[in-house]
Design a protein around this ligand. Sequence first.
Ligand code: SF4
Length: 403
Amino acid sequence: MNYYESLNRLRPLGIYVHIPFCRSKCAYCDFNSIVTDSPDIVTRYIDAVIAHMESYRTAVRDEYAPDTVFIGGGTPTAILPEELFRLIRAMKKIFPLADNTEFTVEANPATVSYSTLTRLRRLGVTRLSMGLQSAHDNELKALSRIHTRKDFARSFRMARDAGFDNINVDLMFGIPEQTTDTLLHSLHYLTRVGPDHISLYDLKIEPGTRFYANYAEIAPTLPGEDEEADMYLAAISYLRDMGYLQYEISNFARPGRQCRHNLKYWNCDEYLGFGVSAHSYFHGSRFSFTRDIAKYVEGVTVKDSRVRITDELEEVGERERIGEYVMLRLRLTAGIDENEFSRRFGYSFDELYGEKCRRFVRGGFMTRRRGITALTPAGMFVSNYILSDLLEFEDLGRFNFGG
Ligand code: SF4
């Protein structure tokens, strides 16, 4: 086999790197991130991630040509830019990235400069993901975000000037004090700014966050469930009118601008994660690494260390693969192609899930047409309940599905 034949044999792979550092901790955030002003901790962490990637060099180079990279967190742009550049340069040396690699870095509007953005672009970063969350400064303050709308506008302009023609912006709904009108106003503002991709997340109050601890105080300011449903449905329809098509529960894109890296998760494709709490699906196994930064650094960099960095490791059996496929594919508006399902697993989708699906179809939460089963927008809003019911984890008695 010659060199070019061997290149053709290589399979695609996603690479994720978690940077667990932020300038301050947002009140709603349950991501694995800490605030530190110690450059030393960051340097040791980046050293560990690079060493960890090095340990996968052969396993990746023999079989894969990674074609998507996502550096997220935390806030990758909160660390010293030189550390971020060092990480990217090392990754490109260790792994042979495919020519058309989609390479995303998450950036906080308050922590980027023009020079960092141009350097990132020159290093091969093709896509930025920026967290705006709301175009209203009072809502940003309620979320304890460290940036204002003005900061975002400046960062977005700088990113375009630095040559980024593929930018995602995150927004949230269900924020304290937010109404459907203020959400639509944020969307109106954002679509005028004109990113290529918009992610719209539902604020959830998770244990371990400041919002969770102060729940009694913020509860009266939170929109109710009906209003949140109105917000979500109004947003989908507004974004569709503005040319942003929904392709996943929380994701909207201009044609051709879907996030290829995140699609790997929902299509059950392979990816390797590095850094604390990073997840992987690689060689038929799912695994994740410890959330503890000190443990991770020691486990990866200290020779003969007894510290185990793998938190969970599971071989994915057939039943789990089917359940996972259903759960992930139904997040996508493209849904499940029932012929593809039988080809992949050798079972009829209808025999396994048909009866339950019919109830959701009658309730207006799902459609089944021409062999494609998909959630409707109303179904996407309650997708957690629908998926739990389909996969038999939870009771769905509180919803009226008709019949
Ligand atoms: S910037 Fe993002 S990761 Fe950091 S604390 Fe805020 S929400 Fe969490």
